[in-house]
Design a binder for this molecule. Structure first.
Ligand code: ASN
Ligand code: ZN
Length: 322
């Protein structure tokens, strides 16, 4: 079997390395070493005890259980996205284990990152279907791990809303990457298909149009603002981390649409480099994060570049910058 040697410095297990062969424009054979994920899926068997019973690793064939196999495939697609887009090998950037638990609780209507693993409920079947059915949800949870590994953003108020927003941004980008979509082709939704047919709604959140993802008798209306003038002051939800995230989400969408093409290549790279530069304060607010993205764009693309203009226009479009 072929074994690829990776550039020094990546630090992941060579046994988990794939050699990808492709033909370039000139018809030449190109070999590329690509790391593989190390996924471990466990089953909580409808209890709320973690990690649960291990049901699938890289060595195993599909489990035949829908949630298990969806989680396994979704983590694989998310791993491939972070590698292709940013050269990052997984949550710890060193190819470490991606741990997930499925069938958490009974009719559990959520998914979360607990600091160590991603955890997915089955949904109650009335409002929500299973949380592994959406790649953007799986990637959202994995991205919480990336954020934590990058120094973290305190999970309350504006830094918490930025933490949430970064998970939505990378969640949406993972889905776009797996579908080969450009910014203008994409729907920019988180959790499309996660509601049952009984719910009036298309997804959990919309990055393009925060506040429009659902409007339902039981769930109410999507509470997300898309501009600072509508910022929600609340003690609920850690100071509205899943609500006010609509503002930075829309700033990213505006930036990505202005640049066009594949959103992860420029807009996504700027947001990713800003998160992982190691210079963000864990309590950074929207304005501080916005300035940091502008600095990243300037460092990457130069003063007066199209990218710098697009980033500034994105943040000013949501009232965070002049
Ligand atoms: N689905 C939510 C999230 O990942 C769960 C939570 O708020 N803990 O943000
Ligand atoms: Zn989240």
């Amino acid at each position: 079997a072929a074994r690829a040697t990776l550039e020094a410095g990546h630090g992941y297990d060579p046994d988990l390395t794939r050699l990808q062969l492709s033909i370039d424009e000139d018809g030449a054979l190109v070999a590329r070493a690509t790391p593989s994920p190390d996924r471990v899926i466990s089953d909580a068997q409808n209890r709320e005890t973690l990690p649960g019973v291990q049901v699938r690793t890289e060595a195993d064939p599909p489990a035949g259980d829908e949630a298990t196999d969806e989680a396994f495939d979704g983590l694989g697609a998310t791993f491939d996205f972070f590698w292709d887009a940013f050269g990052r090998a997984g949550i710890d950037a060193a190819g470490g284990t991606l741990a997930a638990t499925v069938h958490y609780g009974v009719d559990y209507d959520n998914a979360f990152w607990n600091g160590e693993r991603m955890v997915f409920g089955d949904g109650d079947g009335e409002v929500f279907t299973g949380f592994t059915s959406s790649l953007s949800v799986i990637a959202h949870e994995l991205a919480h791990g990336v954020t934590e590994f990058s120094g973290g953003l305190v999970y309350e108020r504006q830094s918490g809303a930025l933490n949430e927003s970064l998970s939505d941004v990378f969640g949406a980008l993972t889905e776009q990457h797996s579908l080969g979509q450009t910014a203008d082709e994409a729907l920019w939704l988180i959790g499309a298909g996660i509601f049952t047919d009984a719910v009036q709604g298309k997804a959990l959140r919309s990055l393009a149009a925060p506040g429009t993802a659902y409007d339902d008798d039981v769930l109410g209306r999507d509470p997300q603002p898309g501009h600072m003038r509508d910022y929600v002051e609340t003690e609920a939800d850690n100071g509205g981390v899943h609500i006010n995230s609509g503002i930075p989400n829309r700033a990213f969408h505006l930036t990505a649409i202005a640049l066009g093409g594949r959103a992860w290549e420029r807009a996504g790279l700027i947001w990713y480099r800003t998160l992982t530069a190691g210079t963000l304060s864990p309590t950074v607010d929207f304005a501080g994060f916005a300035r940091a993205t502008l600095e990243t764009a300037t460092a990457e693309y130069g003063e007066g570049s199209e990218e710098v203009d697009a980033v500034r226009a994105g943040w000013s479009g949501v009232g965070v910058m002049e």
